[in-house]
Write a protein that binds this ligand. Structure first.
Ligand code: ATR
Length: 280
């Protein structure tokens, strides 16, 4: 590193689980870019202070993850159309003291499903109502899916559907009974991250029909207890690692000037690291 090193990073709380630093620094090496990408643990309530500090320190921008995506959206000086629709920002670019927010979670999610030959059609049930859920819901709707939202805190699910303009709220206790009507189930909560959350997925998935696609946005571990239960039922499953790589590309381009590929090498690097840490 020297005085010309371009700096970016990821803000989250916690942020230790994130493989984004590994991915972006890999792309810096591959493309011979004088850049560095660092983890930035920022406590809830400290996001604005942290962002203004990073702008002042000359960072190019940051990724934003749980639990800051919606707050980041509110703090941006400018937003892309996609971020506005998603109501969340996962990629911030700093330019002339201003913070410009974009959201690539939804397109990253859909690109990854298509790469796994999962059709984006019919009824999609999304668990969760945070920034990631909203981005995924908006992108699925843009591709013609009928979206259902269920969240532990019902008021957040109601607010999400209202913001989307269309969609159906299912009670958190009710969604397992409605699973038989769905083509796709998406976990967009933090349940399962780091093995957290003691949900009895096998029981909750009982009503699912053959052909149901099950996707998890959590990728630590890759094989979440939801995906394990879904596989045992013979459902098609997609883990969160591909989404991480697909959503990261646009951020890398914004900060470092090159659009990297979501190639096998990037995927293998992260998959092997997760395996080394017992998170396969
Ligand atoms: P992000 O904006 O990155 O999606 P978030 O706003 O913190 O992050 O959202 C986390 C999601 O996980 C929320 O939908 C949350 O549900 P609540 O709105 O009820 O908090 C969900 N979540 C977290 N822990 C959960 C748990 N133990 N059971 C069910 N849902 C949980």
């Amino acid at each position: 590193m020297d005085g010309k090193t371009r700096l970016a990073g990821i803000i989250g709380w916690p942020v230790e689980h994130s493989r984004s630093p590994m991915l972006h620094n890999h792309w810096c090496r591959v493309h011979q870019i004088n850049g560095a990408y660092v983890p930035l643990p920022v406590e809830p309530g400290q996001l604005e202070t942290a962002l203004r500090g990073l702008v002042a320190a000359g960072f190019r921008g940051v990724n934003v993850t749980i639990p800051h995506k919606e707050e980041a959206f509110r703090l941006c000086d400018e937003l892309t159309e996609t971020a506005r629709r998603a109501g969340a920002a996962n990629i911030l670019r700093f330019a002339e003291g201003r913070i410009i927010g974009d959201c690539t979670d939804g397109t990253g999610f859909c690109d990854n499903l298509l790469a796994h030959d999962v059709a984006l059609e019919g009824r999609a049930l999304i668990l969760g109502a945070g920034g990631a859920a909203r981005a995924v819901a908006a992108s699925l709707q843009d591709r013609g899916c009928e979206v259902f939202i269920s969240n532990r805190t019902a008021a957040r699910a109601e607010a999400l559907v209202q913001a989307l303009g269309t969609g159906t709220v299912l009670d958190w206790a009710e969604w397992p009974d409605r699973l038989g009507e769905m083509n796709l189930l998406v976990n967009a909560t933090s349940l399962g991250m780091g093995g957290r959350g003691d949900v009895d997925w096998p029981a909750l998935l009982q009503a699912g029909q053959a052909g149901l696609g099950v996707a998890d946005i959590v990728y630590t571990p890759r094989q979440t207890s939801l995906l394990k239960a879904a596989q045992e039922r013979g459902f098609r499953t997609v883990d969160g690692l591909g989404m991480l790589i697909c959503q990261a590309r646009a951020g890398f381009q914004a900060w470092f000037g090159v659009l990297p590929d979501a190639d096998e090498a990037s995927f293998d690097l992260l998959a092997q690291d997760l395996a080394r840490h017992g998170l396969s």
